[in-house]
Ligand binder design. Structure first.
Ligand code: HEM
Length: 236
């Protein structure tokens, strides 16, 4: 992730594709391991993909690598940024922290809290699209084949949709929250992400009495990354 982030920030295309090739290599290694292990290969999704048949044929290695890369990369950056954003928010809001500490056995509530915290502090700032037809959004005409950026971070703090958008409120309509996207590409990892983030809060709040900002000022991650690139916290 660090290498990928550095390459993305430097806008160095050669470095970005080198990181992609390196990452693909890790996945191909996993495929080789499973092929060599035969019947004793671990029972997991990667092994399942090797046995998968689509329209009567097995998937090519290229297809499997692409699927596993998408699943893995979809998770790594967002969860890493999400963990920082959740911890920072709890440290900055002792009242909310204390309410959630009292309710830390309620996974469902913690998951809703993580949705609301990450609505306010987006781990995934934006995604790209290309229009397939002329479209009018917000009174502006966007032509066919235009490249556009969907700013989830901005949409999720739109004052016309969210009253007092920077306030943490658990009584908002969850359908307005675009944290995990919308439409056919909506995040398939959302249930796992919610589970991971609620377990994080449950464990962190269960193992501490307080979580406070550390002595050094935190550093914001640079776009396109979300979250924090440096965050010191004091746990007691
Ligand atoms: C806080 C954590 C996460 C956030 C905020 C997040 C957010 C999103 C969003 C907004 C999209 C839609 C992208 C688009 O419309 O172009 C998306 C897609 C996706 N996410 Fe997540 N995600 C998170 C965690 C995960 C996890 C844990 C996984 C996998 C285990 C995952 C896998 C994916 C994949 C594979 C897609 C692409 C879906 C497609 O294009 O059809 N994400 N995610």
């Amino acid at each position: 992730m660090r290498k990928n982030r550095a390459a993305t920030l430097s806008l160095d295309r050669a470095a970005m594709s080198a990181v992609a090739v390196e990452f693909d290599g890790h996945i191909r290694q996993q495929l080789d391991l499973r092929r060599r292990a035969g019947l004793s290969a671990p029972v997991d999704l990667t092994t399942e993909l090797l046995d998968e048949r689509i329209e009567g044929r097995p998937l090519t290695d290229e297809e499997i690598v692409s699927i596993v890369r998408n699943w893995t990369v979809g998770e790594l950056g967002t969860i890493a940024a999400g963990v920082g954003a959740v911890c920072k928010f709890l440290a900055d809001h002792p009242d909310i922290q204390s309410d959630l500490r009292a309710a830390r056995d309620d996974r469902e509530l913690l998951a809703r809290a993580s949705d609301e915290i990450l609505r306010i502090d987006a781990p995934l700032i934006a995604n790209r699209r290309r229009t397939t037809a002329e479209v009018t959004i917000g009174g502006r005409i966007i032509p066919d084949q235009a490249r556009i950026v969907l700013l989830w971070a901005s949409a999720n703090r739109d004052g016309r949709v969210f009253v007092d958008p920077t306030d943490f409120r658990l009584d908002r309509d969850p359908h307005d929250n675009l944290l995990y996207g919308e439409g056919i590409h909506a995040c398939p990892g959302a249930p796992l992400a919610r589970l991971e983030l609620s377990v994080l809060m449950e464990e962190l709040l269960g193992a501490t009495q307080s979580l406070e900002p550390g002595a050094d000022a935190p550093l914001r991650a640079k776009y396109p990354a979300g979250g924090w690139s440096r965050l010191l916290l004091r746990l007691r």
